[in-house]
Design a binder for this molecule. Structure first.
Ligand code: KG4
Ligand code: ZN
Length: 336
C-alpha cells in the first residue's frame, strides 16, 4: 500500500513514499544550520522553516519515487511528541492531501517510528519478540516488543535523554550544536583513553531506567577545574561517551536477561553513533544476541519510518481522521 509519510516534529522536514518495508523515496531537509548560533532548536524558526520547505520536499519525494499524489493510498504523519508549531505544519499538509485525495490519514507516534525504523533495512526483518531501545534527542526508553506497534515500556530516562546529554556536554566543551556528532568525532581523537573516568548511574542493579544528569554534572565539575585544550577535550569526550553508552548497552542486555529474549533492536538519532554500534556488536558476540540497527539514513528524523509504521498500524485497523491534533507530549501507547 503506497503510503505518504510526513515528519515535522522538530527541525527536520521529511517526506517519504513507502510501501511496507520498501522505501521508494525519502527526502529530508533540516533547519539545523539556523539553530546553531542559539545552541539549540528555536521552535519558531523550526516552524517557519517547515512551512517554507514542506511543499518542495513533497515534490522532490514524489519525483524521486516516480509516483504522483494520486497513487498514494494512505497518508501517515507524525502527530507527537514534538514542538507544537512544527508538528502543525506536517499535520496540516497531511490533512489537506488526505482530504483532497479522499485517502485515509493516520497519526504516528514519533518515538515508536524510531523504535521500528530498523524494519526499513533490506534483508530479513527483525524477528519478534525483541528488546527495543530508542535513543534520541528527546527520549531514552527500553521496550519489550511483541509485534509492530505492540510494545510494553520497560524503562526510560528519569532526567535527560541520551542525545540531550551529548548536546549539553558538546555545548559545555564549546563544540557547537548539535553536540552528538561533535562529541563522537572529538572522542575518536583521544590519545589517553583511560585518563578520565566518569561515574555511570544505574539507579539500582535491577532497574531498567536511565539517568544521565549525574554524568553531565560530573563532566561540568571536571571542566570547571580543568584548563581546556584540544587533547583534554578529546579525553573528556571519550570518557563521557564511554560512560553514557555503556549504560545503554548494559541496560538493554539486562532487559534481555530479565525477559529471556535474545534480540535487540535500536533506533533514534544516537543509534548512528559508531561507538555504540561497536559496543552492541561486542555484547552480541559475547552473549549470542541478534542486534539490529537502522541504516544510518533512518537513524535521525525522517519520514520513511513514519510511513512504515503508519502503514503497519493501518493494516492492523488503527485509524485517525481530520480531527487529528498535534500532541506535543504524546505518550507512547505501550500496548494496544
Ligand atoms: O532522533 P533524533 O534525530 O531527534 C529526536 O527525536 O530527538 O536525534 C537527535 C539527537 C541529538 O541529540 C543529536 O546530538 C544526537 O541525536 N546525535 C548523536 C550523533 N548524531 C546525532 N549522538 C551521538 N553520536 C552521534 N554521532
Ligand atoms: Zn526523532
Amino acid at each position: 500500500m503506497l503510503t505518504l509519510g510526513i515528519e515535522t516534529s522538530c527541525d527536520e522536514t521529511g517526506v517519504a513514499l513507502t510501501d511496507g518495508r520498501r522505501v521508494l523515496a525519502s527526502v529530508v531537509t533540516s533547519s539545523v544550520h539556523l539553530h546553531k548560533k542559539y545552541g539549540g532548536v528555536v521552535p519558531e524558526i523550526a516552524s517557519r522553516y517547515h512551512v517554507e520547505y514542506i511543499i518542495a520536499v513533497l515534490s522532490e519525494a514524489l519525483a524521486r519515487s516516480k509516483r504522483s499524489l494520486k497513487d498514494v493510498r494512505l497518508v501517515a504523519v507524525t502527530n507527537g511528541p514534538g514542538l507544537v508549531g512544527a508538528l502543525l505544519t506536517g499535520i496540516s499538509a497531511a490533512k489537506s492531501i488526505s482530504y483532497s485525495l479522499g485517502r485515509p490519514i493516520i497519526g504516528v507516534n514519533h518515538v515508536l517510528a524510531h523504535l521500528y525504523s530498523a524494519f526499513l533495512n533490506e534483508g530479513s526483518a527483525p524477528r519478534f519478540p525483541f528488546v527495543g531501545l530508542v535513543v534520541s534527542g528527546g527520549h531514552t526508553a527500553l521496550f519489550l516488543c511483541e509485534k509492530v506497534g505492540r510494545q510494553e515500556l520497560l524503562g526510560q530516562t528519569q532526567d535527560d535523554a541520551i542525545g540531550e546529554a551529548f548536546d549539553k556536554v558538546g555545548k559545555l566543551l564549546g563544540l557547537g550544536y548539535p553536540g552528538g556528532p561533535e562529541v563522537e568525532k572529538a572522542a575518536l581523537a583521544s590519545k589517553n583513553v583511560n585518563s578520565i573516568k566518569f561515574p555511570k548511574s544505574y539507579l539500582g542493579k535491577d532497574s531498567l531506567d536511565f539517568s544521565f544528569s549525574g554524568l553531565k554534572t560530573a563532566v561540568l565539575y571536571y571542566v570547571r577545574k580543568t584548563r581546556l585544550a584540544e587533547g583534554i577535550i578529546a579525553d573528556i569526550c571519550y570518557a563521557f561517551q564511554e560512560a553514557a553508552l555503556d549504560a545503554l548497552v548494559e541496560k538493554a542486555c539486562l532487559a534481555c536477561e530479565t525477559s529471556g529474549v535474545k534480540r535487540i533492536v535500536v533506533g533514534g538519532g544516537v543509534s548512528i553513533n559508531s561507538r555504540l554500534r561497536e559496543k552492541f556488536d561486542y555484547a552480541a558476540r559475547l552473549r549470542g544476541y541478534d542486534v539490529r540497527f537502522p541504516k544510518k539514513e533512518y537513524c535521525l528524523d525522517n519520514a520513511a519510518m513514519v510511513g512504515f509504521l503508519g502503514g503497519e498500524l493501518y493494516k492492523r485497523g488503527s485509524r485517525s481522521d481530520l480531527y487529528l491534533s498535534a500532541e506535543p507530549n504524546l505518550e507512547v501507547k505501550y500496548a494496544e
